[in-house]
Design a protein around this ligand. Structure first.
Ligand code: AMP
Length: 119
């Protein structure tokens, strides 16, 4: 994907980010506009648009994203009290950056899963 994709540019080092963990296949960095005391984005270095495309195209890489998310959760001290791991996907999911990313949120009670009931 490359120059058109914000997160590919972070992977390439062209845009700065506060990186908290890096593996051969994944990168974890702090969200620029945090919604919780801990808000880290975990991405595969390789470009996939969303979690469905990633899981269908490279399940092992999807597992790497989960493993890195768990490692960051441990590093950030979230395993005891818990956390939320979220993949916004597509228009209804509110996805804004089309390079798949897990939002790792924690450090305080996160409230209900959705702001309001939709059914
Ligand atoms: P989503 O709506 O799920 O696509 O989330 C995109 C996330 O990327 C938002 O939480 C933004 O705050 C975050 N974001 C956008 N630009 C950057 C950046 N340069 N560095 C870190 N996080 C970013």
């Amino acid at each position: 994907m490359g120059s058109d994709c914000l997160f590919c540019r972070i992977v390439a080092g062209e845009i700065p980010a506060t990186v908290v963990r890096e593996t051969d296949t994944t990168l974890a960095f702090r969200d620029i506009d945090p919604k919780a005391p801990v808000h880290v984005l975990v991405i595969p270095k390789e470009h996939y648009a969303d979690v469905a495309t990633l899981a269908q195209g490279d399940p092992a890489l999807a597992a790497d994203v989960l493993a890195t998310s768990a490692a960051v959760a441990e590093d950030e001290g979230l395993l005891g009290d818990g956390f939320r791991l979220m993949f916004n996907t597509g228009a209804y999911g509110g996805q804004e950056v089309f390079h798949v990313h897990a939002h790792l949120l924690g450090g305080a009670p996160l409230g209900p899963m959705l702001a309001r009931d939709l059914v």
